[in-house]
Write a protein that binds this ligand. Structure first.
Ligand code: DTR
Length: 340
């Protein structure tokens, strides 16, 4: 910042002070806007708030981040284009909502056997650093994480394939083929549209991480969770590359340091606080029932999903992507990030 700018910043700070607004905010050298499509209390937004606060603290107040949860700046479908257009400096979206645009990333949302969000998040971040997928060209990825493997959450109990047959269930884009393979009638839609779609009967439930029972109040109408972990949903927060390039070196350094921490931080919050609290609340206040899947039924479900990974590798290889290497590495990394 040159002298003239800093003088005008001081003048602005004084003016804001006179209006009773916080002076510290106006005194920051860099202000970044950060958009997310779902409400502030949901775990990706908790991640956003933590990141914003840490960046401010570790830059000694030099960077101020203005967060916009709840789709107030950008919604799920326009998140990444919105960042390119400069509507927000940073956008947190879900690549799993658009597997066609983020094909390599869709590999982590296959039934590969992740057992927690922490494990899947760390694996996704390591894979992204190693493979540098082309799908993020033009973006600087500043944070990545996933949900826990999703569960079927429904109005009526799903105990077996017959209960599931033809049931209208919603999933993120990458979850749609999983539900189809299991025999349901899947519909892809962003998470914020789910509560209304459940209440109007457009869908009979959803397949996703279980904290949504509380964070989107779904336990009021979805009373059953089938105890069969399926696939994760991926999240990626990005900045426009050109905007990133212009950031001061010391700010970049803090952001890169935070990028290393966010998969573990978010995974831990989601796995160990968020989901557990939601399940306890849903069981106590809304009589949610966890429906076990008999061992032979589970084996049949596993068999239906077995070929998905191989089919994905074939399809992506056909598109010229290093899908076989990506999957091989995923299976090497995942055990390293599993809970010991
Ligand atoms: N529900 C996933 C993603 C997801 C899970 N929890 C949240 C909270 C806020 C936004 C999205 C999500 C999905 O299937 O869309």
């Amino acid at each position: 910042m040159n002298r003239r700018n800093s003088l005008s910043a001081i003048a602005a700070a004084l003016a804001l002070g006179a209006l009773g607004l916080p002076q510290a905010a106006a005194a920051a050298d860099v202000t970044l806007t950060y958009a997310f499509f779902a409400p502030a209390k949901t775990f990706p937004a908790v991640q956003m708030a933590h990141w914003a606060q840490q960046l401010n603290k570790r830059s000694s107040g030099k960077v101020e981040v203005k967060t916009f949860p709840g789709g107030t700046l950008l919604g799920a479908k326009d998140m990444y284009d919105g960042v390119t257009k400069g509507v927000a400096d940073i956008g947190l979206g879900s690549p799993s909502y658009d597997p066609g645009r983020f094909p390599l990333t869709s590999g982590v949302a296959l039934p590969v056997g992740f057992t927690s969000a922490t494990q899947a998040s760390k694996t996704l971040w390591a894979l992204t650093k190693e493979f540098k997928p082309k799908e993020y060209e033009g973006f600087k990825v500043i944070a990545m994480f996933t949900t826990e493997p999703g569960f079927i959450q429904s109005k009526t109990a799903v105990r077996n394939a017959a209960d599931l047959a033809g049931m209208k269930l919603r999933a993120a884009g990458t979850g749609v083929p999983v539900l189809k393979a299991l025999g349901a009638a899947p519909i892809g839609m962003p998470m914020p549209e789910v509560p209304q779609s459940v209440s109007t009967g457009v869908i009979n439930g959803t397949m996703t991480s279980r904290e949504v029972l509380q964070d989107f109040k779904l336990a009021e109408s979805l009373k059953f969770v089938t105890d069969y972990p399926t696939v994760v949903v991926a999240f990626a927060a990005v900045m426009d590359q050109k905007k990133w390039d212009k950031l001061p070196a010391d700010v970049k350094k803090v952001i890169e340091e935070l990028a290393e921490e966010m998969p573990g931080w978010t995974g831990n919050y989601h796995d160990n606080e968020n989901v557990g609290a939601a399940m306890a609340w849903a069981q106590k206040d809304h009589k949610l029932q966890v429906v076990p899947l008999a061992a032979d039924e589970k084996a049949r479900w596993d068999a239906k999903l077995k070929s998905m990974e191989e089919d994905w590798v074939k399809e992506m290889t056909g598109k010229g992507l290093p899908a076989a290497a990506y999957m091989k590495r995923l299976h090497e990394l995942a055990p390293q990030f599993a809970k010991k």
